[in-house]
Design a protein around this ligand. Sequence first.
Ligand code: ADP
Ligand code: MG
Ligand code: MG
Length: 204
Amino acid sequence: MTKEKLIELINDIADKIEENKDYLTDLDSAIADGDHGINMARGFSAVKEKLQTVEDKDCGTILKTVGMTLVSTVGGAAGPLYGTAFMKAGMAVGGKEEINGEDFIKMMEEAINGVKMRGKSEAGEKTMLDAMIHAYDAFKEGLCDGAKSAIKKALQASMDGVEYTKTIKATKGRASYIGDRSIGHQDPGATSFTYMMECINDII
Ligand code: ADP
Ligand code: MG
Ligand code: MG
């Protein structure tokens, strides 16, 4: 993926988040404070503005700029967590003009570790990590058949990750306040991650 495609991708993600803002907020209302869609849409609208200033930069700088913008414009948990994920992903491809499949593995690895560190969270706590880790595992396993089919598998795996979040109780974030009553509901942060995977799948 060239940096031009990367810019296009991030704009697509911003549009997809905006389109699904109400749905994400409804999901968050069911188990927490009902602002995930609002938070993400605010962050990605700022990202869209900021992107115009880094269009000629390398992939690492572009991704780091996305991350810093999310951290600085989004209150709540997801902003700093996604912000960290994008910043870490950017550091994995510093100076690069293109991103290949092996790079994407490194980006995902760094992003997941960044979220784990910042969120003090692990797999199985009903968070965005459950979608991210499922996607990462599927992509890594599928890359031998080419990036396009690996992304398709990773998208499906991220959706499976969201289904999985319905079966477990939240032990991190605001949804953990309602304990067992969070079971049966899907995690909003895991859901927003599947939108990012959908956009990658559509563009690649
Ligand atoms: P807030 O919970 O502060 O209102 P959001 O509603 O925007 O922020 O984001 C909630 C999402 O953030 C959750 O659905 C979950 O996926 C994710 N999340 C919350 N806490 C953590 C954590 N400690 N680690 C990983 N992800 C988390
Ligand atoms: Mg919330
Ligand atoms: Mg909130």
